[in-house]
Design a protein around this ligand. Sequence first.
Ligand code: FE2
Length: 445
Amino acid sequence: MIIEQLSPKGGVSISGIDMSRALTAAEGSQLSAAFEEHGLVVIRGQNLTKRQLVAATEPFGGPELNPAVNDCDPEAPGISEIRTRGPNGEALHDDDDALVGDIAFHTDQAYITAPNRGKLLYAVEVPQEGGGTGFIDGFATYSALSDTIKAQIEGLHVVQSWAHAQATIARNKAYRVDGEQELADNRFADVAYPMVLTHPHSGRKALNVPPLWASGVVEMPGAEGQALIAELIAHITRPEFAYWHRYRPGDIAAWDNWRFLHAAEGTPGRYARLIWSVVIRGGPVMGRELGMTIYTIDPGQMPNWPADHLSRYLATDGAEGYWADFTAVRGPAKAPNLILTVVGRQSRRRYRHGLIYGETDGCCVIIGSKGGAPDHPAWYLNLLVNPSVEVQIKERKFHATARVASGEERAELWKMMVDLYGGYADVQGNTEREFPVVVLEPVAD
Ligand SMILES: [Fe+2]
């Protein structure tokens, strides 16, 4: 494997590796290390099937098979096609000269609170003109700021707005940017993200003001915030920061969505371009939905916080309580919560519990940690006897069947949950008992 600098603006180019076969442990760890360090990796000269492309995400964190809005290929779950031609090669656009699919610098899944780690784009068919992907390294744009601006923006939050981006996304509808098909202004609520994002793996700081999504500043409503956003976008989009990758057929471009902005150059309508894309799954919650209040636990004043949390959640349909901040009890972390209702194995009474949850493939995942106690939580013992449970997420209520994950699935889901809430790994060390990992599968009512 040969690893070389991709451009003076960042990234590495990798050749001498065949991603269509199983990688050796050494190859896998070299790729992982290159991705962690550089955040942008272009692997040259590949010849892959869709399933092999999905498998190629493993060194970078594995695939997300049901991303929030992508419509995926049923033959190869996880793959979306980005194309300027229909499935039979027919032109999709009337104007040969107009650029299709050009889209401003952005982060993916910026409108949800736990964005994907990254993405792989694989060049199947490359146009004679255009079709490039732009990359801007958030570490570089942050470190180039003056100390005055760094101090000014520390602690501020950018509003990332789905509605704000609609004008651009709708214009590119035929090109299916990010696989968007339904285009409703209010599909996702606005979310707030730190303007200075601390990278969950490296701890380095990235400037996070995605031009496509950024509509304001939480702490500076109105014109003052918008002026700051405009100033920061002007800084970020200076030509010296952007690397434009122009694909050769068989290139895979993989980037870290927690660090790099990316943009699509667009392709003149007369040219065919076909890219297969696959999302690298995310984990940690980085943003929060605006209009939601974080329930902050204060164990000093509130020894009975679980009951208080539950009653606030139920009273507000989660507007207070869906997000809970556990800093006071288990180290810094805020995490999303659901309400689980189980039937008592002896009493037959219904019991409700507020629990941290993660989501995967349309199911919810919960952990029976009980704060690291030596015995399993009562809700777990109850659902072993009666796995028919009820779930409430914000105002949405549904029935689900609970099952206990084991083997490889457990290992994967445990890792996902520790990424979501690091406190689990800490308290697991307090007990011999292995925490049960429970999957809640929705059932049709
Ligand atoms: Fe994108």
